[in-house]
Design a protein around this ligand. Sequence first.
Ligand code: PLP
Length: 498
Amino acid sequence: MNIEDYLLKNIGKLPAPMVAWVEKRMKKIPSIREKIDKEYDDMMAGLESSLKPYRDSYPTFTKLPAKGRDREEILHEMESLREREESVWKDGFVSGAVYHGDESHIEFLNRAYALNSQSNPLHSDVFPSTTKFEAEIVAMTANMLNGDTACGTVCSGGTEGIMLAMKTYRDWARDTKGIAHPEMIAPITAHAAFDKASQYFGIKMVKVPVDANSRADVNAVRRAINRNTVVIVGSAPSFPHGAIDPIEEMSELALQHNIGVHTDACLGGFVLPWAEKLGYNVPGFDFRLPGVTSISVDTHKYGYAAKGTSVILYRSKELRHYQYYTISDWPGGLYFSPTFAGSRPGALSAACWAALTSIGEQGYLDATKQILETADYIKTEIKKIPELEIIGDPLFVIAFKSDSLNIYKVLEAMGHHKWSLNGLHKPSCMHIALTLRHAQPGVKERFIADLKTAIDHVKGHPDEKGHMAPIYGMAATIPMRGLVSDMLKKYLDLIFKV
Ligand SMILES: *Cc1c(COP(=O)(O)O)cnc(C)c1O
């Protein structure tokens, strides 16, 4: 065995910082670089056909058409594309993604969008209707989360809300406490958007582990707090395993240290309040906990609005001020914006307002009941499958792993039955985020039947390696995380390839 192969084989036994060091140097060795590049190219070529299915059957543009195309022809083409793609989510084969999806609801949102398609909240003087819609979206969401004096803004999605909140804590701590090297504490299960905020805004990320039920380890949080801590993050619930962190204890800790607690209720904000009313056990997560200072909640998930809106809430106006941007000496005039964007799609806020007010409390209660009953069935049935184990005690995002089978092979086998579920790692598992699509008659039964068939298939074909399963497996276990990151960047390149 030559030295390169020896290193590749044994690198996993080294401590993480040494792996990073070796990796960096190995990638500079031309022969290794070549090997790696070749593997990337092969992998991307394999993915290209499934990611770019329309090259042969539809016109492709790499420059503007010399003369504009016929409008009807364009719309016809889009209709045909939608037709090809819609059954997989409409028939309930997808985890998350489309949370409502009823035809009449979609038609209604589209009409609300169309009526407002020229609106831009940046021009609040020209479009005061959008200002009204946004103020009321924030007020209704704050009220739902028991923040009767809370405030906030509408933003483009959960990621933006989280990033805005982290920037807000950084600036608040610098201004009120003189903290120059801010740190945030988050469980490893917190959404990737917190890491993104850490990178973008120079806030040190301090990760804490989770317990066997995938809830943040409060003792580790306590130990991680120091003079530079600005905020503690908890999820309600977390994206990977649907676990609700011990935010009650986080709230207590934060009050003792005069720091913030951000509840990431992107996923659960429009489910948990209704689950509680339906009698499910929902630990505290909202503004009733005195230490919770901000909450992100996605209207474009279980709020059933179209994609592109979310709400970021703060306990106080003082905190919200640290989110705003203002400039008073720009030749372009007095300029101010509440979020990262300048111009924004007022039509999306209008459609969001239409969703919230047309569904109402009773509608959300009914929707939550349907989803949680579907979840109860699926949890009960998975518990009867000896090969599988549910992680923690989730409400509506159900993650499961297997000690006896390669779970990524099960995931791939589910794909052959049309299912589009999420593969996760640390630990290796898969999940389904249940939506109203899964509450349609027959879907939950089909999910369990297909899961059993998939497990039988994997057990019956131990030699089958699969196509995606090895990629998941490698991505989950390879110690050289830089290589995995490079691979993801190549994947993004592929997405933007015509
Ligand atoms: C979806 C999600 C986010 C991020 O939301 P986007 O709308 O995709 O930007 C953040 N946190 C949790 C728990 C989520 O499920």
